[in-house]
Design a protein around this ligand. Structure first.
Ligand code: XMP
Length: 477
């Protein structure tokens, strides 16, 4: 009989500890590559699932050093708005601040400010010349239609302003000296060219590890498929400011994928392009040869996946990552290990096996920042977590794309589930990154590259696996 190779997953292996020279896990640096040209400060990527990543999750994970990939099960317009929401969440300089006309009446202006979620508006004429600032304080006592913006704004003569040359340090000093919260930037003709806010500076100080683009905005990715409107979606997402795109389909080692990669490369400039999912060295090789900037690995390891049950296909994730990474390394292409991560130790193993980052679905689906409401069942709280190939998402997708597909033809490869509500994402990320850093210190690694160099794995038995968790006790926390 032909020999059948064994494939392993995270629980089948353990890492051999090494003599460590790290005195604290704080010495371990979690910065890593996301794509050929993009780095992130923590190896965490939130999954492009409709119960995991919309703008709120993307903002929070980028602030913590990782990055989010927005799902695509919405219209292109909504998708674009989600990218913009992330990009507006913080920046060094707001290049296009919201501006209001001096003749506008107050109730209308108040409504406008509320709809865009800002507390202060610059006032300028139709030549964009700065006339004043309208702050939430100005609104307080002015009501009624007889007031116009120009009646209650703080006028130009009383404003402190900067210019294109104003650095963040100078802005900080001006905020401290003049006790203002907004610093409009103007050119020599007094036209508005930007805005620095004290809120943004507070965020820079509060989130020192944030993954930022060149303008100090949070990084975010968009996802696309390989059919229908995918090219238009790709172009619109890039236009809105997405830092990278993920072509994400269940079987990424396919003609459809390679055609889509070629089409994106031809029509979307030099966008950083991640493609997947594959589960083998052969799959990774073809995507690397096609010129992608990162490969996403995982066929069937996800918590909500039933691909392996429905199709009989897949590769246990530890082996899949190792195989793909071995090939991708030759091309300098980073790997994202996608699916099956349940504990921080799995992240250490995935990255030890050669991945550069991990994509997380169900681990984040229960957090405050994931889309969807908190449900109560008895005295417990839950949120929904569903597969992108589940019946519900297929149904949603056919509505968005106006497909006339018979739903009875849908063969789901994912389930819809509930996961315990876990509170704010930052608590989960702190645990995951703390565990990851500890794992690095066990193999004397100060960097992700050192982790990959130093790591040695043992295959373990069922008895070893049992010994690895709490056993022979009743755990109470
Ligand atoms: P975790 O284990 O983190 O996995 O929840 C998240 C990843 O699972 C993949 N995914 C699916 N796989 N059917 C599948 O076979 C699905 O319906 C499905 N939805 C998501 C995806 O790669 C995700 O990042």
């Amino acid at each position: 009989m032909r020999e059948i190779p064994i494939a392993l997953t995270y629980d089948d292996v353990l890492i051999r500890p090494k003599r460590s020279t790290l005195k604290s896990r704080g010495e371990a640096n979690t910065r890593t590559r996301l794509t050929k040209k993009l780095n992130i400060n923590a190896p965490l990527v939130s999954a492009n699932m409709d119960t995991v990543t919309e703008a709120q999750m993307a903002v929070e994970i980028a602030r913590l050093g990782g990055v989010g990939v927005l799902h695509r099960f919405m219209t292109i317009d909504d998708n674009v708005e989600e990218v913009r929401r992330v990009k507006r969440a913080q920046s060094h300089v707001i290049a296009e601040p919201y501006i209001v006309d001096p003749e506008k009446n107050i109730p209308e202006t108040r409504q406008y400010a509320e709809s865009i979620g800002v507390t202060g508006l610059l006032v300028a004429d139709n030549q964009n010349k700065l006339l004043g600032i309208l702050s939430s304080r100005d609104f307080l006592f002015a009501n009624g239609h007889h007031f116009k913006v120009k009646d209650i704004m703080t006028p130009r003569a009383e404003l402190v302003v900067g210019s294109a040359r104003t650095s963040l340090e100078e802005a900080k000093a001006m905020f401290a000296k003049h006790k203002v919260e907004k610093l409009p930037l103007v050119d020599d003709e007094d036209r508005v060219i930007g805005l620095i806010t004290s809120d943004d500076i507070k965020k820079i100080i509060r989130y020192p590890n944030a993954s930022l683009d060149k303008r100090g905005r949070l990084m975010v990715g968009g996802s696309i498929g390989v059919k229908g409107d995918y090219l238009e979606r790709a172009q619109e997402l890039i236009k809105a400011g997405a830092d990278f795109l993920v072509i994400d389909i269940a079987h990424g080692h396919s003609d459809l994928m390679l055609e889509a990669v070629a089409a994106i490369k031809k029509n979307c400039g030099d966008v950083q392009l991640i493609a997947g999912n594959v589960a083998t060295g052969d799959g990774a090789l073809e995507l690397c040869e096609a010129g992608v900037d990162a490969v996403k690995v995982g066929v069937g390891p996800g918590s909500i996946c039933i691909t392996r049950l429905v199709t009989g296909c897949g590769v246990p994730q530890f082996t899949a990552v190792m195989e793909a990474a071995e090939v991708a390394k030759e091309y300098g292409v980073p790997i994202i290990a996608d699916g099956g991560i349940q504990k921080s130790g799995d992240i250490v193993k995935a990255i030890g096996a050669g991945a550069d980052s991990v994509m997380l679905g169900s681990l984040l689906a229960g957090t405050e920042e994931s889309p969807g409401v908190v449900m109560h069942k008895g005295d417990k709280k839950y949120k929904i977590c569903r597969g992108s190939a589940s019946f519900t998402v297929a149904h949603k997708r056919s509505g968005i794309n106006q497909e006339n597909k018979q739903l009875s033809e849908v063969v789901p490869e994912g389930v819809e589930s509930i996961v315990p509500y876990k509170g704010p994402m930052t608590d989960i990320a702190t645990q995951l990154l703390g565990g990851f850093r500890s794992g690095m210190s066990y193999v004397n690694a100060r960097t992700v590259a050192e982790l990959q160099q130093n790591v040695e794995f043992y295959r373990i038995t069922n008895a070893g696996r049992k010994e690895s968790g709490p056993h022979d006790v009743t755990a109470i926390t």
